[in-house]
Structure formats: structure tokens, C-alpha cells
Design a protein. Sequence first.
Length: 252
Amino acid sequence: MILDKFSLKDKVAVVTGANTGLGQGISVALAQAGAKVCGAARRSCEDTAKKIEDFGGEFKEIIADLSDRKSVDILLSEALEAYGRVDILVNNAGMILREDSVNVSDEYWYKVIELNQNTVFFLCREFGKHFISQGGGKIINIASMLSFQGGIRVASYCASKSAVAGLTKALANEWAKYNINVNAIAPGYMATNNTSQLRSDEDRSEAIIERIPAGRWGTPEDIAGAAVFLSSEASSYINGFTLAVDGGWLAR
Ligand code: NAD
């Protein structure tokens, strides 16, 4: 039956940046759909663990700074140690730096590219090898409206999120034959730490809401359905697609 294809029962997911915001929303959603979730973050995922354990779900925290290449290597091994298998990788951790391009230092540029782009590729590569050897898997990269548009004062973020959309297609082409679905979700303007600076600027916040056909900021719950769908068997013939969850922003 069709709803069974959305179930993640007996699946194991690794979600990066699981302590807050969209990563927390995705972790809770995957756990509600039946997955055991390993959440990686620099800080404690206590809050996420509680939300999941409250309904009897399973969650394991992995503390890792993903801008450190060595941390990238431990994610797969710790998840395998905890649950014996991994089926789903959600590359959610990311950062944004807002600055006029003429003032962006080399250090700032590399910091954003390292986490949002390089780490995403290295995790895809390591989990991809594992998924090939196990006969399949799901990878969901978190892209952005700035995978499609230029934005304002966010050149490094735009470059990295455009790379995420390209990488998603490139890896999907290579790995679809191994029963690996590589897709992305492009959230619109969501109320998380990532947008706190924008939301605290009343004029900018109002202008953004006015441009969103749905007339409001998105929430972590808004991307839950897309995350479960792309993690599940229901999306097994979807490859290399970046799905916008944006209240209509791109349609405008
Ligand atoms: P957020 O700032 O609340 O969350 C960012 C997450 O990344 C946090 O869990 C943080 O701990 C983690 N992280 C940052 N640096 C890390 C590091 N070095 N190592 C490990 N983890 C690290 O913002 P969010 O909105 O929840 O962002 C989640 C993802 O969604 C990001 O990739 C972001 O670019 C993307 N996104 C957000 C929006 C939005 O409007 N909020 C829109 C489009 C895309």
C-alpha cells in the first residue's frame, strides 16, 4: 500500500546540524516515520533527543565540528557502531555570512565553502561508498533559494548552495544505477537562526513576507514531509532533483 512506502521503519538516518532549526525538524520527522536517527552537531542535541525520545523514537548524538575534515570521517563509523547500518544521509549543517562582497576576507570565504560545499561532498563520497557496497541508500542535501538566485551580500553562501544543487545532479547521475537516490531540498525563507539577522530587520522581514505567496516565514515542520518523502521508497525514481519548499517564493 502506498503509505507503507513512506515508512522509514528499520532505517537508520544520519542528519548533520541536528541540534536546532531545520536539522532538528528533519530529525524529528524521520524518527516519527520510524527511522533511528544519528544527529551530528558541534553542540549538544539534547533538545532534539528529548523531542524524539518523548514519542519513543531512537536518537544518538554525535558531537562533531564538520569544518574539521577529521570529524567527517567519524560520522559513518559512529553511526555504524551505534545501529549496524546506515540508509539515509541528510547534509543539513550549514552557515551563512552576510557581508558586502568587496569586504569578504579570504578566511570568511573559505569558512563558508568548507562547511557548505566541501564537507557536503566529502560526506556524500564516504556514505556513497558505503551505500554502493550495501546495495542502495538515500542522500538529501539541503540547498537554498540561493541555489537558484543570487541573493544580496551572501556571495560565498550563494556559491556554495549553487554547488550543492550541481553536486546533487552530478552524484545522482553516477549513483542512480546503484539504487542510490541523491536529491536536495531547497528551503525558502525559514524562521531559524540562519535568518535571525533578516527577521530582526523589520523592513527587510516585511519585504520578504510580502514576496512569499504563502505570506509567512516557513518553519522546520514545513520541510518534514519533503524530507520523509525523499528518504523513503516512495521517491525511488527521483534522482538529482532539488525540491523547493518555499511557500511559492520561486514561482513568483
Ligand atoms: P541554523 O543556523 O539554525 O542551523 C545550522 C546548523 O548547522 C546547526 O545545527 C549548526 O549546529 C550546524 N553547524 C554549523 N556549523 C557547523 C559545524 N562546523 N559543524 C557541525 N555542525 C555545524 O539554520 P537552519 O536554517 O536550520 O540551517 C540548516 C540548513 O538549511 C543550512 O544548510 C542552511 O544553509 C539551510 N537553509 C536555511 C534556510 C533558512 O531560511 N533558514 C533557507 C535555505 C537553506
